[in-house]
Design a protein around this ligand. Structure first.
Ligand code: UDP
Ligand code: MG
Length: 140
């Protein structure tokens, strides 16, 4: 077991639904520690940069349009195997296919507007955490 840090985003659809508090409480109740949190709005260019690995996928433009369509909440969470466990808590990309009780099942709208993002590997977390937070903003 390794203590890991992961980046999570509450996407614009979930912020519009007003479920930020429920999502944060859900992750806390699973035993993770919140190290950093901010609300912000990405420009389309910033969303394109964040999702650059998907630049050749057919949904890239729609995804970046959506991710810059309203405020989001960015967070850093820490805990044992935080990266894979938070992905499990989030559920499958498509809320319709996500397991009962997962965040995407509970709060997602559709395959694009699926409530939350979570880093998918240690390599992604290492890039995604500093995309949103400086070292001084991450408090143990
Ligand atoms: N996405 C989409 N259409 C698709 C697949 C993905 O709009 O067919 C969006 C969705 O918001 C997803 C994001 O692109 O969360 C990144 O896709 P990925 O396959 O990496 O899913 P994730 O890792 O977020 O589960
Ligand atoms: Mg992914």
């Amino acid at each position: 077991m390794a203590v890991e840090r992961t980046l999570m985003l509450i996407k614009p659809d979930a912020v519009r639904k007003g479920v930020e508090g429920k999502i944060i409480a859900h992750v806390q109740e699973k035993g993770f520690k919140l190290l950093a949190l901010k609300k912000l709005k990405l420009t389309k260019e910033q969303a394109q940069q964040f999702y650059i690995v998907h630049k050749d996928r057919p949904f890239y433009d729609e995804l970046c349009e959506f991710m810059s369509s309203g405020p989001i909440v960015a967070m850093v969470w820490e805990g044992e195997n935080a990266i894979s466990r938070i992905r499990e808590i989030m559920g499958a990309t498509n809320p319709e296919e996500a397991a009962e009780g997962t965040l995407r099942k509970l709060y997602g709208t559709n395959v694009g507007e699926n409530a939350v993002h979570g880093s998918d590997s240690p390599e992604s977390a290492t890039v995604e955490i500093p995309f949103f937070f400086s070292r001084l903003e991450i408090v143990e």
